[in-house]
Design a protein around this ligand. Structure first.
Ligand SMILES: Cc1ncc(COP(=O)(O)O)c(C=O)c1O
Length: 472
């Protein structure tokens, strides 16, 4: 059996002289220079991930518009890296829209989602001439029409559907069920098309859905595309509107358990989700193969499909495995497993990265594989209990609720001491974007290793002054 660690990705994550290297740069040297905790991203990996998804264009008869879901990681340096790789953007608030414009995206490159849009956000979207506002309800559609009328403009809108598709992901990440808070039922969308088909202030250009994030089963994309195509025909039949795009949202999963050394410690249903490996090309090729016969059923269907554009909004699959969180052991202790467990003790390691940085670890019991950055080549077979720095009993790397959704212990080299640098892999998505200054812990610095191998600081570590910025 090879002793090669399964998390290694040649040229991106390597072990050299026992040290973890990211794009050829020693993680330890980055932490020495920029401090800990630290997020490190790889531009080459971002590009690799984008190319993998962009290849979907080769298996569909439509044009493809890829819009990076900014919510996954919206630091300007990352937005620019994504933009330079040729991808457009999906935003979820006026704030993200503003950041997208700041990063250099033009209006036609932007789509805007969200359940609770305010008038100023709608105004900004309309004035910026964005590609589509994705409409969450009939109420919102009327608000957008009213706003566009007041501005004497025309808003491009795409109606978001909630088509009741079960995706097998974490319940908090399912977004196409009627029990979710998103979108409108197909009948409501049809009503919207009927009502506003002749409005000079609305361009009803698309229909949209997002099934969920980290969808382990590629078949949901076929189900979703089929539902969207059925809707196209109804919309045309009832309103005469020929929709120009269908948007399948994001949700391609990332294999968080590529290194399977701890997978036995995770229950089967969680394991299936974390280890899902879905190739976007296969998923969409299969989706198209499923609906092609429906499209070919009639001249009308073929006409509706002609000149159609497919939109995708991937976030996680672009950025999750391109980001590593470096964290330092700041404290250690030994503790008996229970009052009655004679002699047996747990070795506890307390790091400087808790749910202030990795919120999903606490809320969704998300698994991030952990290795030693300075002894990455040594066997990782010793068990430790891991916890973060927060004054909160839930700030631990195991399942505090006792439901074993996370491993109870993490495997690291022998004799881990205070000061050792650890690396949490696949931490690029929904981490810093959800981070907080809880417990007076400033947000960390972020380094992007450019495609030419040079590390660039793209976010400074918060100063103490940043902890009170905005306070009066
Ligand atoms: C509407 C919408 N689009 C796209 C995404 C991105 O999903 P993912 O990061 O799983 O690709 C999300 C995230 O939940 C979303 O809500």
């Amino acid at each position: 059996m090879s002793d090669r660690n399964a998390w290694i990705i040649d040229g991106f994550l390597d072990v050299r002289g026992d040290h973890l290297h990211i794009d050829g740069v020693a993680a330890v040297s980055l932490a020495e220079k920029y401090g800990s905790p630290l997020f490190v991203y790889s531009e080459s990996r971002i590009r690799h991930n984008i190319e993998r998804i962009a290849a979907v264009a080769n298996v569909i008869p439509f044009s493809l518009k890829l819009c990076y879901a900014a919510k996954a990681m919206p630091t300007l340096g990352i937005l620019r890296a994504v933009k330079n790789a040729g991808v457009d953007i999906e935003v979820n608030s006026g704030g993200e829209l503003w950041k997208a414009l700041k990063a250099g995206f033009t209006g036609p490159q932007i789509i805007f989602n969200g359940t609770s849009k305010e008038v100023w956000e709608i105004e900004l979207a309309i004035k910026s001439g964005i590609y589509a506002i994705q409409v969450d309800s009939l109420f919102e559609l009327s608000l957008i029409e009213e706003t566009a009328r007041r501005l004497k403009k025309r808003a491009s809108v795409s109606l978001r559907l909630v088509p009741e598709i079960e995706s097998g992901t974490h319940s908090g990440l399912q977004t196409a069920l009627l029990t979710s808070k998103f979108g409108m039922m197909p009948d409501e969308a049809f009503e919207g098309f009927r009502k506003y088909k002749d409005s000079p202030h609305l361009d009803l250009c698309g229909i949209h859905l997002h099934i969920g994030s980290q969808n382990p089963d590629p078949k949901v994309y076929a189900e979703a595309l089929e539902k969207l195509f059925i809707c196209l025909a109804v919309i045309y039949g009832e309103s005469g509107v020929k929709v120009r795009h269908v948007n399948l949202g994001g949700g391609f999963p990332v294999n968080y358990l590529r290194d399977n050394s701890q997978e036995r410690d995770i229950p089967p249903e969680q394991r299936a989700m974390f280890s899902a490996s879905v190739d976007p090309v296969d998923a969409i090729a299969n989706a198209w193969a499923t609906i092609e016969p429906i499209v070919n059923l009639s001249e009308l269907n073929r006409e509706l499909a002609a000149d159609l554009m497919l939109l995708l909004e991937p976030g996680r699959s672009i950025i999750a495995d391109a980001g590593v969180c470096l964290t330092t052991v700041r404290n250690k202790k030994e503790r008996r497993l229970s009052k009655h467990a004679k002699g047996k003790v747990d070795d506890w390691l307390l790091t400087d990265a808790g749910f202030n940085l990795l919120l999903s670890q606490e809320t969704y019991k998300w698994y991030y594989h952990m290795i030693s950055a300075s002894r990455a080549g040594e066997p990782h077979k010793t068990k430790y209990k891991l916890a973060g720095p927060l004054c909160d009993g839930g700030d631990v790397y195991f399942d505090i609720e006792g439901e074993n959704r996370l491993p109870d212990h993490r495997l690291l080299p022998k004799n881990v001491e205070v000061g050792e640098l650890l690396a949490l892999l696949n931490c690029g998505a929904y981490s810093l974007s959800q981070a907080s200054q809880y417990n007076g812990r400033g947000l960390p610095a972020v380094v992007l290793i450019r495609a030419d191998g040079k590390p660039n600081l793209i976010r400074k570590r918060d100063t103490l002054e940043d902890l009170i910025a905005g306070e009066i």
